[in-house]
Every structure is written in structure tokens, then in C-alpha cells.
Write a protein that binds this ligand. Structure first.
Ligand SMILES: [Fe+2]
Length: 421
């Protein structure tokens, strides 16, 4: 009983001050408090950010649409007859229902199932049944104008076939938003070839959405947690690698060059319990790397603030969209792709190698578990804080060593400014 009282008092009196103004210590309320989560939606997802919503290849023709999200907020991405891509809230202006029920499809208009209010492919209201009532009775007020009651529309931009939306009408261009270094890596993956969607999967993860960014700004864990990564030489201490952060700190790219597992230094192996000597693959083609990108890296994992991961893991390519669902859970929506012009063998290779990642991927499942462990630790031990102190030589920003947390600190430098905390 005493404990419960203490916690309630603590929550009521919380004033959200970052401890000692020190980025090497993160308070748990950043990940666990509903009030913080709601402010994130307002200031980050609905604020001045470009949010990933779709690939152009998912809506290639006029009338094509796909359901998506900006933060937790449901949106529809639709291509209109004039070829433009539009994004608007999936929420009827009449009674707020999520009117678009299909995950994707092709249509001439959207009709809300509840009262059949109808919208065009740009989100304009074009039809209200019984607007004038019946036999002179009922209906909408005489001064109701459909032109004034369209869906809430978002700003849209596309870059190399990737579609982003924003609640802000004053966004910088997407290249400026990324900054030159992260843009270079983005364009190495989206190199101008037309994308071909290979499939989707989605799953929920029992953790705060920011932990996924942090996992991919944390090269330290990669060599310790992931048996597969280490044993088959994808990322090992001593590999050529880079943990890039953009100037603002919000975006990042974890990049590495694959090495021959046989050449891993003996002292590095000793530090890495994950290394399993003599483990081999039954399917040797699985780890083939077919050079196709203008890049010195065989693997890049880009974290594009606030909701996109771009995966270029040798030849398996995908985008992951983070959809937060409260402070303790997020949904991950994956779209795997190749390029038009890939032959059947290349498509098979991309799909086969895709087993590295995904909800139960040889690497991915371990990250998913780790994120749950962290959230559990924070939720079950109240008022905690934890450490991101690795690599003190680099306060916040790009790291040229894997044994660093400076990219996580860079993200929180940005997060604190965006949140006013
Ligand atoms: Fe990982």
C-alpha cells in the first residue's frame, strides 16, 4: 500500500526535468508516461516532421490508395486522376469514423460506411445523403457548404519513390530535412531504379517506439546480442563501420562492410559470447552479397525521424514504418521491395535473405525481445534512469567506433529541444 501511494504522488507531482541536464543519463519517464507520449504526438508526429507513409510503387495508378499512419493517426494515401499523391486523415468529418476499411485498393471515391458521406481522391467532401432532407423536413442546415468540410489534408512530398506526409505546411524540402550525409545513404539505396513491392508484414512490439530508433543507433549491442551477425561476419568489432548522425541528431545511419568471418581477431571473439565457432549454414546462398549499390557499405540501416527505418542489409531491402500505440507499444509495418528489372533469381535471393529481418528474423527477433526486456525493466521499477555513457570523447553525434552511444545522445538532444524538456 505504501508503495502504491508513493507512485501516485510521484506521478501527480512529476515536473519532467531531465536529470542534471546530462545526456548520458535518460530518465524512464521518457518511455513510460502517457503525458509525454501525448506531447510526442503533438510536437513530433503532428509537428514539423516528414513522416513516411507509403512507397509510390504501392499507389502506381490513378485511384490507387493505401491506408497508412502518421504517428498513431490513421491516414489514407491516394493517387488522384491528375497523378498527384494525396494524404488525408482517415476520419469522416461527420461522425469521426475511420471510413476507409480496406488496407489498399483502387477506387473513384471514398464512401463512409456509416452514413455514406463521400470524398474524392484528394479528400474533398463531395456528397452528403439527404442533405436537403425529405419533403421539406430535416437535412443539413441551409448554409452548410461541402467545400468547407473536407477531410484534414496533410502536406505531401516524394523522394526517389518514397512518400512522406506532414501536418506542417512549412516544412523544409526532404533533402534539407535529411541533411547531406544521410541523404547520400538514402539515395544509395533508392538509387533511381523503379521499386517493385515484394510483400508486407506487420507485428506489434511491447515497448516504447523510441527504443526501435535507439536499437539502430546502438552498434554496441549488435556485436553482443546477435549470434548470427557475429558468426557470419556481417558486423563484428574490427569491421569497417560507421554510426552516422545528421547535424540535428534526429536521423542516423548504421553502416558496415561485411568481412570474412575467418579473419576476426582472436581477442575480439573473446569479448563476444555470441560468436559460435564452426557454425555453418545449410543454405550457403543465404549470405551471398551481390554488389549492386554505389556504396562502400554492404549494410546500412537508416533511422529517418520520426517513423521510418530503411533497411539495406546486403540485398534484402525494406522500409519499416513505426506506428506508436501508447507509450508501451508500437506496431511495425514492413514493406519489402526489390527493383523492376530484377530477374527471378534476384527476387528469390532478396526474399530468402529477408529471413535475416522481420518479426522472427535471425537478427530481428533478438532486437524485438531486447526492446521488451527494456520496457519491462522500466515499467516494473518505478522512477528509474539508465545509462548511455559509452564513448565520452564524442558527446553527441557521429561515431567511428561500434563501442559508442553518441548517436543515441544526439537523438535525445534533438528530442529534448522538440519536446521543450
Ligand atoms: Fe540488433
Amino acid at each position: 500500500m505504501t508503495v502504491k501511494t508513493t507512485m501516485q504522488t510521484a506521478n501527480l507531482m512529476r515536473d519532467y526535468v531531465w536529470p542534471d541536464d546530462d545526456l548520458t543519463v535518460i530518465p524512464d519517464w521518457v518511455y513510460t508516461d502517457q503525458a509525454i507520449y501525448e506531447r510526442e504526438i503533438e510536437r513530433i508526429f503532428h509537428g514539423p516532421t516528414w513522416n513516411y507513409v507509403a512507397l509510390e510503387a504501392e499507389v502506381p495508378n490513378a485511384g490507387d490508395f493505401i491506408r497508412s499512419n502518421v504517428g498513431p493517426t490513421p491516414v489514407v494515401v491516394a493517387r488522384a486522376a491528375d497523378g498527384s499523391i494525396n494524404a488525408f486523415e482517415n476520419r469522416c468529418v461527420h461522425r469521426a469514423s475511420e471510413f476507409c476499411r480496406e488496407l489498399s485498393g483502387n477506387t473513384g471515391e471514398f464512401i463512409c460506411p456509416y452514413h455514406q458521406w463521400t470524398y474524392d481522391l484528394k479528400g474533398n467532401l463531395i456528397g452528403v445523403p439527404f442533405r436537403r432532407g425529405m419533403a421539406g423536413k430535416g437535412g443539413m442546415p441551409a448554409d452548410f457548404k461541402v467545400q468547407e468540410h473536407g477531410l484534414r489534408k496533410l502536406a505531401v512530398t516524394t523522394h526517389r519513390g518514397v512518400v512522406f506526409a506532414s501536418y506542417s505546411d512549412e516544412m523544409e524540402s526532404f533533402p534539407d530535412y535529411l541533411g547531406p550525409e544521410v541523404l547520400r545513404e538514402f539515395e544509395a539505396t533508392f538509387d533511381g531504379r523503379k521499386l517493385k513491392v515484394l510483400g508486407h508484414y506487420r507485428h506489434s512490439l511491447p515497448g516504447n517506439w523510441k527504443l526501435y530508433h535507439e536499437n539502430l543507433k546502438d552498434p554496441y549491442h549488435a556485436t553482443l546480442l546477435h549470434t548470427f551477425l557475429v558468426t557470419f561476419g556481417l558486423l563484428v568489432v574490427g569491421n569497417r563501420s560507421l554510426m552516422l548522425a545528421d547535424g540535428s541528431g534526429r536521423h542516423g545511419v548504421m553502416a558496415s562492410a561485411k568481412s570474412d568471418a575467418k579473419k576476426i581477431a582472436g581477442d575480439a571473439k573473446k569479448e563476444m559470447r555470441a560468436y559460435k565457432e564452426g557454425m555453418t549454414l545449410n543454405e550457403p546462398r543465404f549470405m551471398d552479397f551481390i554488389e549492386e549499390f554505389d556504396s562502400e557499405w554492404s549494410v546500412t540501416m537508416a533511422t529517418i525521424w520520426p517513423n521510418l527505418i530503411v533497411q539495406r542489409e546486403m540485398n534484402t531491402l525494406g522500409v519499416r514504418q513505426i506506428v506508436p500505440n501508447g507509450p508501451h507499444e508500437f506496431i511495425m509495418k514492413w514493406t519489402m521491395f526489390g527493383f523492376e528489372g530484377d530477374d527471378e533469381a534476384m527476387t528469390r535471393h532478396r526474399l530468402r535473405q529477408g529471413n535475416l529481418m522481420g518479426p522472427a528474423g535471425f537478427l530481428g527477433l533478438e532486437d524485438n525481445e531486447a526492446i521488451k526486456f527494456v520496457q519491462d525493466g522500466m515499467q516494473r521499477v518505478p522512477d528509474g534512469r539508465h545509462l548511455v555513457k559509452l564513448d565520452p570523447a564524442q558527446a553527441a553525434g557521429t561515431a567511428d567506433t561500434l563501442i559508442s552511444e553518441s548517436a543515441i545522445r544526439a537523438m535525445y538532444k534533438h528530442w529534448r529541444a522538440a519536446m521543450g524538456l
